[in-house]
Design a protein around this ligand. Structure first.
Ligand SMILES: NC(=O)c1ccc[n+]([C@@H]2O[C@H](COP(=O)([O-])OP(=O)(O)OC[C@H]3O[C@@H](n4cnc5c(N)ncnc54)[C@H](O)[C@@H]3O)[C@@H](O)[C@H]2O)c1
Length: 460
């Protein structure tokens, strides 16, 4: 089949690569010239500098004959003459802190597409085309997409909602072996076209292939993300907090008690300083906004959001409150700026707020390290007298008076051995419990530790 992707971010690029590997012919359009050049470079390293997703570079290089990247809309127009499906993979960020989705990227792309579709096949519009909303969108988005198409005089088309459930860091793996595919459509014809697009998953007994209506699909995506976000908030604000409050509660032991109940499961029970990323927060806020606009109470959704915010604030303020640490003129090592491991995505990364906090507190210097996301972070905080980017964790912690672990990169687990060989006894702020297996060794050696999920650990 011939598939057009509009938007080549995490979702568009990964999903397009998987479509090409399924044998489809794929054109990817984006307005970001640099991104298009890098993704279409045919060079694995360049691709992964642009989008750090395991396996993406290899997949794109291996399937380069079936996938093209362009910023040239005339190529899109020509492609539409014979295009079966258009995947809309546009950003839908929150407007300020309102919860409302910013649909301007989507509308701009959809209006341009509608104009082009109305002219396909020299205006005869013979080719049936399905427009698929892969972006996470409000529940009634299908109606809006239809309106845009109808206003432009587009004929012979269907609108489908096919929310994306990929997990960043495992996006390619997850797209090749999804646990579910959700197709929301009103028409049987559209279901049949999507079955051909996803033939390999439709035929796979291990994949839950769900055919529902487009509003259910859009709502299902928002509710799934809220449910996951809520579980994280419970972990941070209730389970972790309980272990911080009472002595002799080992967080890992408590987790085992909970996770051994299959109804609870282990996902989301890893305590952390914050749930960041581009989806959980914005999608839960969007759900709240839509419910509130419809006149429904949103206390739990709202509180989940606040609990997450509270977690970061509580964590960072513990240095002053519990260790009596004065930040002014201190040297800080900040380990991890990606919002989580295995990605270079820094959207809603806790490190952004942490750096702002450190600037406010007039620290002397921040030595910052991340294995993948430094170039992204530099766009927000360029290198300066106050913030330096170093090439490994060893360099970062040298002479630091406080070490903040903000991302769960596995290599940070080895940090205890490095620290135990250092003379200076920095305050350790472990926002991911990365060193929990060595807390007692570090304490014996005189380190003070503030960790999510533990009371203040005083050095001996
Ligand atoms: N990132 C995730 O983990 C994830 C997971 C599931 C769903 N989603 C949803 O998928 C959507 C896309 O997310 P993403 O992470 O890929 O976003 P992204 O910001 O990484 O990528 C979006 C791309 O769209 C491009 N774009 C903007 N306006 C355009 C236009 N008019 N025409 C063509 N391209 C345009 C941007 O240049 C960018 O490359 C969002 O709605 C998001 O909520 C994201």
């Amino acid at each position: 089949m011939n598939i057009l992707y509009i938007g080549s971010g995490f979702v568009g690029a990964c999903s397009a690569a998987v479509s090409a590997s399924s044998g489809h012919h794929v054109l990817v359009y984006d307005i970001d010239e640099k991104k298009i050049q890098m993704l279409g470079s045919g060079d694995r390293d360049i691709i992964e500098t642009c989008l750090y997703e395991k396996g993406l570079g290899d997949l794109l290089v291996r399937n380069s004959e079936r996938i093209q990247f362009t910023i040239d809309y005339t190529k899109v127009e020509a492609f539409l003459d014979n295009c079966d499906v258009v995947f809309m993979c546009l950003p839908t960020p929150e407007i300020g802190e309102t919860g409302e989705s910013n649909l301007t990227y989507y509308f701009a792309a959809a209006k341009k597409l509608a104009q082009a579709l109305s002219k396909r096949n020299q205006g005869k519009q013979e080719k049936y085309v399905v427009i698929v909303n892969k972006s996470t969108v409000p529940i009634d988005m299908v109606d809006k997409t239809q309106e845009i198409m109808d206003e432009a005089g587009v004929k012979n088309y269907g609108v489908v909602s096919n929310p994306e459930f990929l997990v960043e860091g495992k996006a390619v793996e997850g797209s090749i072996k999804p646990n579910r595919v959700v197709i929301g459509a009103w028409k049987q014809k559209d279901f049949e076209i999507m079955q051909k697009i996803y033939q390999r998953f439709y035929d796979d007994p291990n994949v839950q292939y769900l055919e529902i209506n487009p509003k259910e699909a859009a709502a299902g995506k928002l509710l799934a993300n809220f449910t996951l976000f809520n579980k994280l908030a419970v972990c941070f604000d209730v389970i972790g907090r309980t272990c911080e409050t009472f002595a002799n509660l080992d967080y890992e032991n408590i987790r085992k008690v909970l996770a051994s109940d299959p109804r609870i499961g282990s996902w989301g029970l890893y305590d952390s300083l914050y749930a960041g990323g581009s989806c959980f927060i914005k999608d839960s806020r969007s759900l709240a906004y839509q419910l509130q606009t419809a006149g429904t109470q949103i206390n739990l959704v709202k509180e989940t959001y606040l609990a997450n915010k509270r977690q970061l604030k509580t964590f960072i303020e513990r240095a002053e409150k519990e260790a009596k640490f004065d930040w002014k003129d201190k040297k800080v090592a900040l380990l991890g700026v990606a919002f989580k491991r295995d990605t270079n995505d820094i959207r809603n990364s806790p490190s952004i707020d942490i750096v702002k906090f450190l600037f406010d507190k007039q620290v002397k210097k921040i030595n910052c390290f991340d294995p993948a996301a430094i170039s992204m972070f530099k766009n927000i905080f360029p290198e300066s007298e106050q913030i330096k980017y170093v090439s490994n964790e060893l360099e970062a912690v040298k002479e630091a008076e406080v070490i903040i672990i903000a991302t769960d990169w596995p290599q940070f687990r080895g940090l205890a051995d490095i620290l135990l060989n250092e003379n200076n006894k920095s305050l350790i702020m472990d926002g991911r419990r990365m060193l929990q297996h060595r807390y007692s060794d570090l304490q014996q050696a005189g380190f003070e530790i503030i960790a999510v999920g533990s009371p203040f650990i005083k050095g001996l």
